[in-house]
Design a protein around this ligand. Structure first.
Ligand SMILES: *Cc1c(COP(=O)(O)O)cnc(C)c1O
Length: 352
């Protein structure tokens, strides 16, 4: 029966998310950049309130309450906000709205590989532009091509955790012949967001997630900030009720609790910087991270074996191998205790 499946789907391999072990196995889970801390209690209060009034009605298809909360927080008009079932849903809506079959989507490399899967599902082409060795972007990233329709740039990037300065992003956006999506899944752990550029440069769109900095990966909520005109078009593409009543209420409570975010951010950044320093002291190459993970490579140890060693002792990190680029370990920032366990094992492995 598979011959009835579209050839684009048959030939693609499909995005493979990081491993999700059984919670009962008590694995120290440092592989998918989740936040190790519990989200704001205000989130749980908001969820309880929804449950009390029941779930028999459809949710607000436009999630107006949430869009107003973004407006209060970032000073953008509510009509500039598009909500999604996780920011992956936002990325899907963007690809469907901007990139037709046979047209071109550009992404840097190495990066979040879901972008390419989205292009494949769409029957579109994707083009990698390699980062320079220092994780800056070559001018080629903004070169115009006739069929180029959309460019994705995660900032901070994964797996490197590095950022492209805002000035450079504006320069790229101004040279590009098409819109530029800044995927800010990790921006709360960085210095600078591009949300304030959206108002002045229509070509820039900013995607955000609640999975990392708000400790809500299990909830599924994300949003996009773009011009009012573009959001109005994308509303036609999304599922009518792509966000449920529970996630809308929870995300609204989360984004309104700025104190929680500030405190969480401080803890994660402190642990991240310690992780970076300790891994460097052991002999790894670690670029300065602006995210809640670090990218660790080594010039003469097979890091795949370290991944296996850690896994066999109950610590799960992410092993990544990028063809023509190289491999490394991406370690998510856990609690101090989890990071201590991880570092201790790595030290045991590398020091004979
Ligand atoms: C985690 C991640 C996402 C997905 O976020 P969800 O809101 O969980 O769908 C998007 N982009 C990047 C770069 C990510 O790392």
């Amino acid at each position: 029966m598979c011959r009835y499946i579209r050839p684009e789907i048959l030939s693609m391999s499909g995005y493979v998310p990081g491993e999700q072990p059984d919670p009962q196995d008590n694995v120290v889970k440092l592989n998918t950049n989740e936040n190790p801390y519990r989200s704001s209690e205000k989130v749980y209060d908001a969820i309880r309130l929804v449950l009390e009034s029941g779930l028999s009605r459809y949710p607000d298809p436009l999630a107006l309450g949430f869009r107003e909360a973004v407006s209060r927080r970032y000073g953008v008009d509510p009509s500039m906000v598009l909500c999604g079932n996780g920011s992956d849903d936002i990325l899907t809506i963007l690809t469907r709205a901007f990139v037709g079959g046979g047209e071109l989507l550009r992404l840097p490399y190495p990066t979040y590989i879901l972008y390419r899967s989205l292009a494949e599902i769409q029957g579109a082409k994707s083009e990698f532009v390699y980062f320079n060795k220092d994780w800056s972007l070559p001018d080629e990233f903004y070169s115009g091509k006739a069929d180029l329709r959309l460019v994705f740039l995660p900032n901070p990037n994964s797996p490197s955790g590095t950022t492209i300065p805002k000035k450079r992003i504006l320069e790229i956006a101004e040279q590009l012949p098409c819109p530029l999506v800044i995927d800010e899944a990790y921006v709360d752990f960085a210095e600078d967001s591009c949300i304030d550029l959206v108002g002045s440069c229509e070509r820039i769109m900013v995607a955000r997630s609640f999975s990392k900095s708000y400790s809500l990966a299990g909830l599924r909520f994300g949003y996009l900030v773009a011009s009012t005109e573009l959001v109005a078009q994308m509303l036609k593409v999304k599922d009518s009720y792509n966000c449920d009543a529970i996630s809308i209420a929870a995300a609204t409570a989360a984004i309104s609790d700025e104190f929680w975010l500030t405190e969480n951010r401080k803890k994660i950044i402190a642990t991240r910087n310690r992780l970076t320093n300790e891994m460097r002291a052991i002999g790894f190459n670690v670029p300065d991270s602006n995210a809640n993970f670090t990218w660790n490579t080594h010039s003469n140890i097979d890091v795949r074996l370290i991944y296996e060693y850690l896994k066999s002792r109950g610590v799960l990190v992410r092993y990544m191998n990028y063809p023509l680029w190289g491999d490394g370990l991406r370690i998510s920032v856990g609690t101090d205790d989890q990071i201590d366990q991880c570092i201790k094992l790595i030290r045991q492995y590398v020091t004979p």
